[in-house]
Design a protein around this ligand. Structure first.
Ligand SMILES: *[C@@H]1O[C@H](CO)[C@@H](O)[C@H](O)[C@H]1NC(C)=O
Ligand SMILES: *[C@@H]1O[C@H](CO)[C@@H](O)[C@H](O)[C@H]1NC(C)=O
Ligand SMILES: *[C@@H]1O[C@H](CO)[C@@H](O)[C@H](O)[C@H]1NC(C)=O
Ligand SMILES: *[C@@H]1O[C@H](CO)[C@@H](O)[C@H](O)[C@H]1NC(C)=O
Length: 353
């Protein structure tokens, strides 16, 4: 009789054959080594199962509590495990905020991040628009993404994607069915905001040299003879149809959601609900996630743990623009806006004077 068989371990028989008729102390050594290992293994499995069971019971209990509280549904407790889930991994984004700059891309991303099934990349990755990044390859891109667990959506935003010619084709090469979010604002407002930011950046970069940064908005958007300076970048970027048509040659209209940035600021909840539906997310973000700050004049965000308002610079005061110039610009954009509405199949009702 093999002495090992007494222990009844699966490993024992093969060890037994070798030691049968040999020195039985070998067998003791084999068992002596395998037994604690196995015990440790079993203990680990038991602990993990126990942990998972309690975790599930806890989550279920809490989410049923939340369901009873239907008027103000709280974000689900799964939020707590955003970083703990065992199969967390870095994944390529399934949705990208492609632009437009100064239209609220950051606000949009932060609002979507209130959803427990959304993960966001930190900062702007600029993978598809900068050759030096793009040449590092998709694996590098993936490593810039946050950890997520299966079923979560990873979102990245880089506003310059919208205006960079190579980008649509490159994104398609990554994932032809990716979901794209395009946030736009009334084009003249966007141009003024762009000008304000450029001027502020220039002032920071060279506070002693007031060069072109000291030119007024009016001086930059109009030629001395009074015609519109179409080459002025903040105006050019506001001609959305020039860029969007390239995207629509590569992606279907259904893959692109156009978000009205002016409405997102005024009434975030209704806009976010549309976006949740586009992304295939359960509706989770609601009025409980926002509160209006009277001093700032805009909505701030609230999740289970934190209240926060977007950075001060995002609400930077715009200069007063001569109403005649405003009206001239709005007339100029009228025709361009119509072309944009035709492309997206929706009239955003922007003023024409
Ligand atoms: C591509 O994007 C779609 C839409 O977000 C997503 O469902 C799909 O999983 C993505 N494919 C890959 C390989 O990431
Ligand atoms: C006004 O000036 C710009 C730039 O100097 C020029 O390109 C444009 O043709 C002029 N327009 C008219 C109507 O003269
Ligand atoms: C509202 O904004 C002001 C000005 O930035 C700030 O001082 C104040 O703390 C904010 N209040 C709340 C409730 O967030
Ligand atoms: C709430 O938001 C803050 C700031 O974005 C974030 O650090 C924190 O993880 C969020 N809390 C939860 C529970 O998601």
């Amino acid at each position: 009789m093999c002495p090992c068989s007494a222990f009844g371990y699966i490993m024992a028989p093969s060890s037994c054959h070798e030691i049968r008729g040999g020195d039985s102390s070998d067998c003791v050594v084999v068992v002596g080594v395998s037994r604690p290992k196995m015990a440790l293994g079993i203990l680990t499995i038991m602990l993990i199962s126990l942990f998972l069971t309690f975790h599930m019971i806890y989550d279920t209990a809490i989410s049923s509590l939340q369901n009873n509280n239907a008027v103000h549904p709280r974000p689900p407790v799964i939020l707590l495990s955003r970083k703990l889930y065992p199969s967390a991994a870095r994944r390529l984004p399934q949705a990208i905020i492609m632009g437009v700059r100064k239209c609220g891309t950051r606000a949009l991303l932060e609002m979507l991040y209130l959803h427990p099934m959304v993960q966001k990349a930190a900062g702007e990755v600029h993978f598809f628009d900068r050759d030096d990044n793009y040449n590092k390859g998709l694996e590098w891109y993936r490593m810039q993404m946050p950890h997520s667990y299966p079923g979560q959506i990873t979102i990245e935003k880089s506003p310059s994607y919208f205006v960079t010619p190579e980008v649509p084709e490159r994104i398609r090469a990554m994932n032809a069915s990716v979901k794209l979010l395009l946030i736009v604002r009334e084009p003249v407002t966007r141009a003024i905001s762009d000008y304000t930011q450029l001027r502020a950046n220039a002032a920071t970069a060279s506070p002693v040299l007031p060069t072109s940064s000291s030119k007024t908005f009016e001086q930059l958007v109009l030629h001395p003879n009074g015609s519109i300076n179409e080459g002025y970048r903040p105006l050019a970027i506001s001609v959305y149809h020039h860029y969007l048509h390239r995207w629509l040659e590569v992606f279907t209209r259904e893959q692109i959601l156009v978000v009205n940035g002016d409405l997102l600021i005024e009434d975030p909840v209704s806009q976010i609900q549309r976006i949740e539906s586009f992304l295939g997310l359960e509706p989770r973000i609601g009025t409980h996630n926002f509160y209006f700050n009277e001093t700032k004049g805009f909505y701030c965000l609230r999740n289970e743990t934190t209240d926060r308002c977007l950075r001060e610079t995002k609400g930077r005061k715009h200069p007063r623009v001569n109403p005649k110039v405003l009206s001239k610009l709005r007339k100029y954009f009228g025709e361009h806006n119509q072309k944009f509405y035709d492309l997206i199949g929706e009239d955003l009702g922007w003023p024409e004077e």
